[in-house]
Design a protein around this ligand. Structure first.
Ligand SMILES: Cc1cc2nc3c(=O)[nH]c(=O)nc-3n(C[C@H](O)[C@H](O)[C@H](O)COP(=O)(O)OP(=O)(O)OC[C@H]3O[C@@H](n4cnc5c(N)ncnc54)[C@H](O)[C@@H]3O)c2cc1C
Length: 490
């Protein structure tokens, strides 16, 4: 079996690359270790209720906005069932018992926060100007070729310093209150992460109706109808470079060959599956030593009928003004995000609810040698204890939540590690560090001819970041100018 391109992993990045290359007539094959395509887009069902795992909302899906323009090329603007979140507050930030809305629309965002911060109009307006400046400095965010740009100005600045300088005190905490969506921390987070992500949400914020796996299945259909292949249950164990050909070996003992290889698997894992001598020592060392963003702990809850109102926004809860504690281990949980998946029941109540919080891998390290289906009782007890602690915190703002639960199940960093293969179950892969922007920014092309990376570890995580990365990766093969014009004119 010889292909033009083998794609390792069928996460959003792998699927988007497969779609573009198959559409452009290349013979492609995607190899995926799990029984379903989609990676973090996968959903699961409990008592007939669908739960998203790794994508709860995304921005920029109004016609003409960034994600809409990209996804139009992939046919996703015509096929996805989406719900626009509450324009008056798609994210509500709860701090010290008070709720603050993050609204859609740049003027509206300011208007909605002004009653809480009447003396901070200038700060809020400055924030909106900064978001626009950041987004216009990233050509690919605007579907333009990356040249003469100022991206580095923002990759090399601290997000924490930015928010604190913008307005010290409570307002800075509110503006950074959804920082779990970019694993924000004081020590490393660069400004471009909240800059691009919040710009896209404020432009317009959306959730899927019926689960994010529809994104994966729509892309899969497009790939197959263009002659591409997706092999499930094919865990890659080794990648050999034989002359100009990549030979990819799987756990099942099969072998696939191609002229080119795109890896949507974490870059350090990709390199460890290859012969180290084909890489420069410094590159191998840099990539295999990259730090990853914090992992997560989630509780998936099926609710009793008519017990909890559907929320058309996400709720981010912080017990204190210090919203930058997600990667610390001492005070767990340091806060949470609460989300009621769409659709609501017809009577306006929620059918299910997800509580999500950060969790450093150290919390589960003692069980790192156990795997899915073979965990020990003390690990299961630990998960139960964490669930109880998280619910206790949620009960403060949502009294009665515990008694609304029909069924619940939790995921930990180990669940994520085993499910997506991401080291330590990291939420968003490689951690970008504003102090080392070059060393922590990965490019899609490597010095090994024919070997490319894609996915959240390139450029930016999240559905928007992964989409841009996929276009950058395939642009290396098809020509970026050509590909961007195809996307723009779709
Ligand atoms: C808890 C959580 C919440 C999130 N919430 C949001 C959100 O609300 N909005 C948003 O935009 N983003 C969100 N994200 C981020 C977003 O889900 C990811 O950035 C994005 O989906 C990553 O896509 P990817 O293709 O890079 O990687 P992945 O989805 O991780 O795909 C990698 C694929 O490779 C496969 N694989 C791994 N190893 C092998 C192997 N050896 N052989 C074969 N296949 C292999 C995996 O099974 C997987 O399918 C969230 C992430 C998490 C974890």
């Amino acid at each position: 079996m010889k292909y033009d391109v083998i794609i390792a992993g069928s996460g959003l990045g792998g699927l988007l690359c497969g779609y573009m290359l198959a559409k452009e007539g290349l013979r492609i094959c995607i190899l995926e270790k799990n029984h379903k395509a989609g990676g973090c887009l996968q959903t699961f069902h409990r008592t007939g209720v669908v739960f998203d795992t790794g994508v709860h909302y995304f921005g920029g899906m109004d016609p003409g906005q960034t994600l809409y323009r990209y996804w139009n090329y992939f046919g996703l603007t015509r096929t996805l069932a989406l719900e626009r979140m509450n324009p008056d507050g798609f994210d509500i930030i709860g701090i010290n018992g008070q709720d603050y809305p993050m609204a859609m629309g740049f003027d509206h965002f300011v208007e909605r926060l002004l009653p809480f911060f009447p003396s901070k109009k200038e700060n809020l307006e400055k924030y909106m100007r900064c978001l626009k400046e950041i987004s216009s400095s990233f050509p690919m965010y605007n579907l333009e070729l990356p040249k003469d740009h100022n991206e580095e100005n923002f990759r090399g600045r601290s997000a924490y310093d930015f928010f604190t300088e913008l307005s010290p005190g409570l307002l800075s905490s509110v503006l950074a209150g959804n920082n779990m969506i970019y694993a924000g921390n004081r020590e490393t987070t660069p400004l471009h992460l909240p800059g691009l992500i919040n710009h896209s949400f404020i432009s317009s914020a959306w959730r899927t109706v019926g689960g994010t796996s529809q994104i994966a299945s729509n892309l899969t259909d497009g790939i197959v109808s263009n002659g591409g292949e997706i092999m499930l249950f094919e865990e890659i164990t080794e990648i050999r470079l034989n002359g100009d050909t990549f030979d990819v070996m799987t756990e099942a003992g099969r072998s696939y060959s191609a002229d080119k290889l795109i890896s949507g698997i974490h870059p350090s894992k990709t390199l460890k599956m290859m012969e180290p001598s084909i890489f420069r020592k410094s590159f191998f060392k840099r990539i295999t030593n990259l730090k990853n963003t914090v992992s997560s702990f989630a509780v998936y809850i099926v609710l009793k009928e008519r017990s909890f109102r559907y929320l058309d926004h996400n709720y981010y809860y912080h017990p204190t003004e210090d919203v930058w504690k997600g990667n610390q281990i001492a005070e767990w949980p340091s806060g949470y995000m609460l989300h009621t998946p769409a659709p609501a029941a017809e009577d306006g109540f929620a059918k299910s609810l997800i509580l999500l919080t950060s969790m450093p891998f150290e919390k589960v390290k003692k069980w790192e040698h156990t795997y899915r289906g073979y965990r020990t009782q003390d690990y299961l007890d630990f998960k139960e204890q964490c669930t109880a602690e998280l619910l206790e915190m949620a009960e403060v703002r949502f009294p009665g939540l515990r008694s609304a639960i029909l069924f619940s199940e939790a995921s930990s960093p180990l669940t994520w590690r085993d499910y997506t293969g991401i080291p330590e179950g990291s939420m968003y892969g490689v951690e970008r560090d504003y102090k080392e922007p070059l060393a922590t920014t990965l490019l899609p092309a490597t010095r090994v001819p024919g070997l490319y990376f894609t996915g959240q570890n390139i450029n930016l995580h999240g559905v928007l970041g992964v989409t841009i990365s996929a276009v950058l990766t395939c642009g290396e093969i098809l020509g970026l100018e050509y590909l961007l014009s195809r996307v723009r004119n779709a």
